[in-house]
Design a protein around this ligand. Structure first.
Ligand SMILES: *[C@@H]1O[C@H](CO)[C@@H](O)[C@H](O)[C@H]1NC(C)=O
Ligand SMILES: *[C@@H]1O[C@H](CO)[C@@H](O)[C@H](O)[C@H]1NC(C)=O
Length: 107
């Protein structure tokens, strides 16, 4: 989370501990138009899960699905990513990022 050039972005919770089979909600607040959720498993690199904007459909990267990483974005600029049916493989640090310009997609 951080603040730069008057833009704001913040995410919570800081930690979540869940049992296998449970769901977890990760929330990101940003006023910027484009939003990205990333996953970083420990000792692994950052991977883009999903890109979204105020106007377009969500775009999931290969290997990630809406069934597993459900996304909702409301009018109050909150993006909630619900990770469903968690397993030990979902243990990771999750980051949200945002910008106001181009939709950046890495393939
Ligand atoms: C949501 O973001 C827009 C700018 O994109 C801003 O004008 C508006 O005040 C924000 N609303 C809330 C509830 O933060
Ligand atoms: C949850 O995940 C486990 C392991 O991947 C799978 O066997 C099970 O069918 C899943 N349950 C649901 C409700 O999706």
């Amino acid at each position: 989370s951080g603040s730069e050039l008057g833009c704001s972005i913040t995410q919570w919770p800081e930690y979540a501990l869940k049992r296998a089979g449970e769901s977890v909600d990760l929330t990101c607040y940003t006023t910027l138009a484009y939003m990205f959720w990333y996953q970083q498993p420990s000792r692994s690199s950052l991977k883009l899960i999903v890109s979204t904007s105020k106007w377009h459909q969500n775009y999931y990267e290969e290997g990630y699905s809406e069934a597993k990483f459900e996304l909702s974005r409301d009018k109050n600029n909150l993006s909630i990513m619900t990770i469903k049916n968690v397993t030990f493989k979902d243990a990771a640090t999750y980051f949200c990022a945002a910008n106001d310009h181009t939709m950046q997609q890495e393939h």
